[in-house]
Write a protein that binds this ligand. Structure first.
Ligand code: SF4
Length: 710
């Protein structure tokens, strides 16, 4: 493809789930510049530090530019033939469940769609899971339990319309900065808007909060269960809404009433006064949005946390209305798109359910597929455990770096090393995962590839290429489709354009969908290449469904679900979930502290891109651990000391940052640094492969640890 260098190209940022619009331009001398797209409804021209530095991360240094087999350069035909024949042979000898794909929220929706179609429709296994499992699987499970569908009800506009924003387990100022900026700007216009932050440490987000509750790690279930009980005791329920649109309230309230205020205080580490301040504010504020992120999702109780929050919104009828609702902000740029195409081991395409025989039959007929998967596949943690014990014999990893990002990372690395056949599609030659691949496939990078992504408010936007493909690099959808053809499924994978894939995905979403499924962009089924090229950002459901789901009087470009009180359960009523908080003791005399993990403002994931920008590395140049002064004194640690943090699985060396912003008894360390950037800095060698039993999401947020001066 030849790129028109004189033109600004409208695309989207490849980092977080805010999904900001970006205008990218290539000057005559080849220099790339980016700026925020003033017309994109996610950011209206704003960009954060990471988005602004995108042009500094796209050079070809370290790029994987040619296919490689066992370290030697190969041609595409040889590499694709080898991948296809090895997967086919493994399936023939050991069955379809002996192979797996581990994919990524970095993939574009079209890439994801083709990979999911190959595994679930043609190979006949559901062993395709994604690093989005690490990010928001608990929200998916919570949505499905409460709403009967994986639906984010609200929009970003609700953040600006709310009178109270409750941020739970979210350092929005650093992790979703443009949403933080939108809230800050709205608050400046309406100073009466209140913000509550619920987070074990005093993050930068706390600086804007009227109330910061420094909750004990995993205290969220008790906090929101206690809130439900408080709402019941203080006449703050919307009884009309509960009886007309929900089921299960009595059981949920009964379970919540087992915990009195003193019990909540004990479970959360908060004072009764702090709890009462928060509860009374929530009870009195109709326009409340509860925004939650990894502090909620990355927990062994993640799904219960999500439902404890949703229970409080259902009990007050605060859902589907302007300025009100529970809101999960996703970490990855296309976690939502992956969900839409069924790119998780327990879902089918177009939000259909793998356990539902009618859904399997529908997908089989639509794809004319020979072998639709009949049962859920292995979720991320299970997948790498199956790799370790030999059940998975061929693995294809796309656009992600599990050797550094999975919990119990050393065990994951050992499992990958021991696997007989590992394929990695990536843009770089030197990640800790790519190094272990038998076959390396050069993928197209941001700026070189086209497709769509969906952000946290269900808004589908185009990513557009503005650079030519370097070397032999190819888009992920093309690579997967070529393997599909070589495995004998030519007819189903003979796509001639991206528009064709998007149109097929849209058509499937509307196929035999009479309103019983939430995800429906069937109106785009007939899109042609020109329409796809010019596609403007839009929220689903597609226009034909929008009228019934939108409240009159709000921005017509912001589409809310559940405005009419109808959900996607068989009786159209939302479900309360009866939840009893459980207290897990993680610490022990050997590991007396809780290590919380998270992110810093200017880095992304395992730094494979942001690590290239000197500007981004200026903000925080090395891995660190925050420790409360009292804990530091107890362990003989001074500010700036090099310390060793240990868990039962390993240890890392980082610099100590002694600060009262940190909760006593807890540590905080970011997850970005790998051995490439800091010796013994891989934080996820410490975390445990413990998961939420409902969602399968790893409890990456914290682990028991000890600390000592090095
Ligand atoms: Fe990119 Fe997220 Fe920053 Fe927007 S807020 S520019 S999507 S990293």
């Amino acid at each position: 493809m030849e790129i028109d260098a004189a033109r600004e190209v409208r695309t989207t940022c490849p980092y977080c789930g805010v999904g900001c619009g970006v205008l990218a331009k290539v000057a005559a001398d080849g220099q790339v510049s980016v700026r925020g797209d003033p017309d994109h409804p996610a950011n209206f021209g704003r960009l954060c530090s990471k988005g602004s530095a995108l042009a500094e991360t796209i050079d070809l240094d370290g790029r994987l530019l040619h296919p490689e087999i066992s370290g030697r350069r190969a041609g595409w035909n040889e590499a694709l033939d080898l991948v296809a024949s090895t997967f086919s042979q493994t399936i023939a000898e050991h069955g379809p469940d002996s192979v797996a794909f581990y994919v990524s929220g970095q993939l574009l929706t079209e890439d994801y769609y083709v990979a999911n179609k190959l595994m679930k429709g043609f190979i006949g296994s559901a062993n395709i899971d994604t690093n989005s499992r690490l990010c928001m699987a608990s929200s998916v499970a919570g949505h499905r339990r409460a709403f009967g569908s994986d639906t984010v009800p609200g929009t970003y506009e609700d953040f600006e319309l709310a009178d109270l924003i409750v941020l739970v387990g979210s350092n929005l100022a650093w992790c979703h900065p443009v949403l933080y900026q939108r809230i800050a700007a709205a608050r400046e216009k309406r100073p009466g808007m209140k913000i509550v932050l619920i987070d074990p440490r005093r993050t930068m987000t706390a600086d804007i909060a009227d109330l910061h509750l420094a909750i004990a790690p995993d205290g969220d279930v008790a906090l929101f269960t206690g809130l439900l009980a408080y709402l019941g005791q203080h006449n703050a329920l919307d009884c009309g809404y509960i009886s007309a649109h929900t089921a299960g309230f009595g059981q949920a309230l009964f379970a919540a009433s087992k915990l009195d205020l003193a019990g909540v205080a004990a479970a959360t580490g908060l004072s009764e006064d702090e709890l009462t301040r928060f509860y009374s504010l929530f009870a009195a504020t109709a326009k409340t949005v509860t925004v939650y992120s990894q502090g909620v999702n990355q927990s062994s109780q993640g799904t219960d946390k999500v439902n404890a929050i949703i229970n409080c919104h259902l009990a007050t009828g605060r859902i589907g209305k302007p300025g009100a609702g529970p809101f999960s902000v996703t970490g990855q740029p296309n976690a939502m798109g992956g969900r839409e195409v069924g790119g998780m081991a327990n879902m089918l395409a177009a939000h259909m359910e793998i356990e539902n025989p009618e859904h399997r039959d529908r997908v089989q007929r639509f794809w004319n597929a020979p072998a639709v998967a009949q049962k859920p596949g292995l979720k991320a943690v299970e997948m790498f455990q199956a790799l370790a014990d030999g059940r998975i014999k061929a693995l294809w990893i796309m656009a992600t770096n599990p050797v550094d990002s999975m919990p119990d990372a050393d065990a994951v690395e050992a499992a990958i090393k021991a696997c007989p056949f590992v394929v990695v599609s990536d843009v770089l030659t030197n990640t800790d995962t790519v190094r272990h691949a038998h076959v390396r496939l050069p993928a197209a990078a941001w700026g070189e590839k086209d497709g769509t992504v969906t952000n946290s408010e269900r808004r589908i936007s185009r990513q557009r290429a503005f650079l030519n493909l370097p070397g032999d690099a190819r888009p992920d959808w093309w690579i997967v489709a070529e393997v599909g053809k070589r495995m004998g499924f030519g007819e189903a994978f003979s796509y001639s354009s991206l528009a064709e894939i998007f149109a097929e995905h849209a058509e499937l979403s509307g196929f035999e969908n009479d309103g019983a499924r939430d995800f429906d962009i069937g109106a785009y089924a007939g899109i042609d290449a020109a329409g796809y090229r010019e596609l403007a950002p839009f929220q689903w459901p597609a226009p034909s469904r929008q009228e019934s789901d939108t409240l009159a009087g709000c921005n017509p470009s912001s589409i809310r679900f559940f405005a009419d009180g109808n959900f996607y359960t068989p009786d159209r009523k939302a479900r309360f979930i009866a939840i009893r908080p459980t207290v897990e003791t993680r610490t022990s005399p050997d590991y007396p502290l809780i290590l919380n993990t998270g992110r810093v403002r200017d880095h992304w994931h395992t730094m494979t891109r942001t690590g290239k920008s000197p500007r981004l590395s200026q903000h925080i140049a090395e891995p660190f651990v925050e420790i409360h002064p009292a804990d530091a004194g107890h362990h003989g640690i001074s500010d700036a000391d090099i310390v060793r943090i240990s868990s039962p699985r390993g240890d890392v060396l980082v610099r100590a940052l002694v600060t009262a912003r940190q909760r006593q008894g807890s540590l905080f360390a970011p997850m970005h640094w790998t051995d490439q950037f800091a010796a013994r800095g891989r934080l996820d060698v410490l975390t445990a492969p413990l998961t939420d039993t409902i969602s399968g999401q790893p409890a990456l947020k914290h682990v028991a640890a000890r600390i000592e001066k090095f």
